[in-house]
Structures are given as structure tokens and as C-alpha cells.
Write a protein that binds this ligand. Structure first.
Ligand code: ADE
Length: 239
């Protein structure tokens, strides 16, 4: 996969050099480049924003630097992701789908957003997605691009040393993950649930499933009814 990120604060994306995406690059699974959008400005102040037509508060990102960047990077046929609080909500299913794409280009907005024509123009050349990482407003799309990149890159085939760890984690089966424990068996007066020490794999699997359902019902009831792995019995057991 190749990922390009366009931002007026490229330093924000420095963590992409580290940790997970860094490991994917080292393994040859990922090519990644972060670009300062200001390199595509033409005035001496490197202006990337202007006042909104129609009036109102705040500034809007100008179309020209994005257009020049899209031309130079060659976005044609790529998937261009605009990170915005007005986008579709990001989730694990979307991460899985994006992990199948060859080329992602993130356009990170700041201020009140990006001139709509940038998105419309990109859509005439590329597969465009507008994605939000949650119902809150960040100062810009950089943190969202980081979060999406990390969620996608760890799903690239060959990235995980042990792909089994992907199967059991939160959201993969539509449930939140069950609680986990490690040694010692007793710590500060708190015991590991005895079933986990029993060696009875069937009982352990049943306990974990029950815990996942219980936790999901408690914290994210909205997820439960869409989950294929929750039987009617599971839900009635919660009463
Ligand atoms: N930019 C600002 N807030 C955002 C959010 N919640 N998701 C994605 N991009 C954003």
C-alpha cells in the first residue's frame, strides 16, 4: 500500500515514522510520504486559507494548493480521504475495507474546512471518502489521518506476526473484547477468574463470549443488535 498525507502541519504526522506504520514500512508493506501543503502555494506568505464566500466566522482552505498537490501526486484512481467531523463515522469494517486499497491519499483540513470544489474535483478523478473519527471537533484532520492510518495498516496482510490476535479483538466480531488477565494469579487481593485457570477450553471460550456480550450490552448497546454472534439466549441471559 502507498499512503500520501497532505497537511499544513506535517510535523503532526511524525508518529507515522514510529511504531506500527514504521514497522509496516520496514517490512516493505507500506510506502508512506507526508507532504507540506504549503509547498504548493504560489504567494510569498504561503497562504492556504481565505474568508468564506457568503460570510461567517472562520477561514476556509483554498482550492489551488490542493489542486496542484493532487496533480503532482497523481491522485487519479487513488482513494482520497478527507478527514472531517462531517464525514461518515470510521469503524473497523471501514478499516478492513480500506486495507484492501493500493493507494490512499489523506487531505487534512483545518479551520472551517476545505472549499467544497476540492472534494468535487477529487471525486472526478479518484474514489473520495469523507471520514470522521467521532462526534467531536478536533482542530484539524491530522489526528484523524493518524488514527485511520494506524487502524488500516495493522490489517495489511503480513503485518501482524500472529494474525489470530486480530480475530479476537474488539469490534472484529461486532462485540467489545472480553477482559484479559496475566500472571500473577492473585495480585493485591484480586484473583484471576478461576475458569481461566481451569484448562477447560470450552468453558473459557463460553466465559469470554459471555463477558464480551455483557460488556457490549453495558457500554455499547447500539452494537449488540447488529452482531451476528449474539444469540437470543445471550441477550436474555443478561436480564
Ligand atoms: N477534523 C476535525 N474533527 C474531526 C473528526 N472528528 N474526525 C475527522 N476529522 C476531523
Amino acid at each position: 500500500m502507498r499512503i500520501d498525507v497532505l497537511s499544513i502541519f506535517p510535523d503532526y504526522l511524525a508518529p507515522l515514522e514510529l511504531s506500527l506504520p514504521g514497522k509496516a514500512r520496514a517490512k516493505g508493506l507500506l510506502e508512506l510520504a507526508v507532504h507540506d501543503l504549503r509547498q504548493w502555494t504560489t504567494d510569498k506568505h504561503h497562504t492556504t486559507d481565505d474568508t468564506p464566500y457568503g460570510g461567517g466566522a472562520g477561514m476556509v482552505m483554498k482550492p489551488e494548493p490542493f489542486g496542484a498537490a493532487f496533480d503532482d501526486l497523481g491522485i487519479d484512481g487513488a482513494t482520497v480521504i478527507f478527514t472531517t467531523p462531517s464525514g461518515a463515522p470510521f469503524n473497523q469494517e471501514m478499516a478492513r475495507e480500506l486495507a484492501t486499497h493500493d493507494r490512499l491519499v489523506f487531505a487534512c483540513g483545518r479551520y472551517e474546512g476545505i472549499d467544497q470544489r476540492v472534494i468535487d474535483h477529487a471525486a472526478s478523478r479518484a474514489d473520495v471518502r469523507e471520514i470522521s473519527i467521532g462526534d467531536y471537533v478536533l482542530n484539524g484532520g491530522e489526528v484523524a489521518a493518524l488514527a485511520i492510518t494506524e487502524a488500516v495498516v495493522r490489517l495489511l496482510p503480513g503485518f501482524m506476526g500472529n494474525p489470530d490476535s486480530l480475530v479476537e479483538e474488539s469490534h472484529e466480531d461486532g462485540l467489545l473484547e472480553y477482559p484479559v488477565f496475566t500472571k500473577p494469579a492473585e495480585w493485591r487481593g484480586l484473583d484471576v477468574p478461576p475458569v481461566l485457570l481451569s484448562g477447560n477450553h470450552k468453558a473459557i471460550a463460553q466465559w469470554r463470549h459471555d463477558q464480551a456480550v455483557r460488556r457490549t450490552a453495558d457500554r455499547r448497546p447500539d452494537l449488540l443488535h447488529g452482531s451476528a454472534v449474539v444469540g437470543i439466549g445471550d441477550l436474555s441471559d443478561l436480564e
